[in-house]
Design a protein around this ligand. Structure first.
Ligand SMILES: Nc1ncnc2c1ncn2[C@@H]1O[C@H](COP(=O)(O)OP(=O)(O)OP(=O)(O)O)[C@@H](O)[C@H]1O
Ligand SMILES: [Mg+2]
Length: 264
């Protein structure tokens, strides 16, 4: 990744107000092609709102500049141009695993039989072998999340937004999915923006981690993660990892206190 490369996504002076409530203020962020950027911050600080804008579901307040692939765009122009896994899994109750996974492809007009075949091939990688015909109510929370993740992967776009994709997974599955995600990301060289509330996860995965402030959210702190790749499980005991974790936790805690205030 060279510094003179053009960012795939470039946000300037981005704010978002809902009624009289300011959710985001003055967000400035440039993401390089192939970069893996993780985002942490207190609950309610506007992380999902930021993703909804980049996914084309919400417009920012006037005055913001959004550039995508070196073109100035409206947020709505990004709809369908990025792959997005929202925080809630949004599986359709009446569709089985395979048909949920191929939904965005189907909406694009892809060949349904081929999309189903591709989805079936991907099941083992997502730990869903044998579950092709199951419906969401027959799945665990973690499995539903993996179906949603698989759907996001099948909708192949250069920029992928993942909003707490591993939130409902147990620690072991989570670790497996993190390693798997890094493998896939390294193989396919997609650009990832990844929200998590888990600082270890943010450091383990990212090239760069952003800490957002309490609402109205803005980028309060930004750190490059220089840990060598591929990263193994023991990276969490490296002194650089621990030092970075301490710094990030302090920053998040300071912001969370603003949201919740002291107890008692
Ligand atoms: N469509 C909407 N209409 C009105 N208010 C909204 C809307 N979407 C989000 N908000 C408000 O914007 C603020 C930020 O919400 P958002 O979901 O972006 O937070 P978050 O950082 O993702 O939180 P969490 O970590 O809990 O998921 C909240 O106060 C929320 O109530
Ligand atoms: Mg959220």
């Amino acid at each position: 990744m060279s510094a003179d490369q053009k960012p795939i996504l470039d946000l300037r002076n981005l704010s978002k107000t809902f009624g009289d409530m300011k959710a985001l203020t003055d967000v400035n962020l440039a993401v390089q092609p192939g970069e893996f950027v993780t985002v942490v911050g207190p609950s309610g600080c506007g992380k999902s709102t930021l993703f909804n804008i980049v996914a084309g579901l919400e417009e920012p307040d006037t005055g913001a500049t959004v550039r995508f692939e070196d073109r100035s765009v409206m947020a709505k122009d990004l709809l369908g141009r990025v792959s997005f896994m929202p925080q809630r899994d949004l599986l359709l109750a009446w569709r089985n695993v395979i048909d949920n996974a191929i939904l965005p492809l189907e909406m694009e007009g892809a060949n349904r039989a081929e999309a189903r075949k591709e989805a079936a091939r991907m099941l083992p990688e997502f730990g869903l072998s044998g579950f092709d015909g199951k419906y969401p109510h027959e799945l665990s929370g973690g499995m539903r999340q993996r179906v949603a993740l698989m759907r996001t992967f099948m909708f192949k776009r250069d920029l992928m937004l993942l909003d707490e994709p591993f939130g409902a997974l147990d620690a072991l599955t989570r670790t497996m999915m993190q390693r798997w995600l890094l493998d896939v990301w390294q193989k396919h060289k997609r650009t990832v923006l990844f929200i998590t509330h888990d600082v270890d996860e943010a450091i383990f995965l990212g090239d760069r981690v952003l800490v957002m402030s309490a609402r109205p959210g803005t980028i309060k702190l930004e750190r490059r993660i220089e840990l060598e790749r591929p990263r193994g499980g023991n990276v969490v005991t490296a002194p650089e990892f621990i030092a970075l974790k301490r710094e990030l936790l302090e920053a998040i805690e300071e912001e969370s206190m603003k949201t919740f205030g002291p107890v008692g």
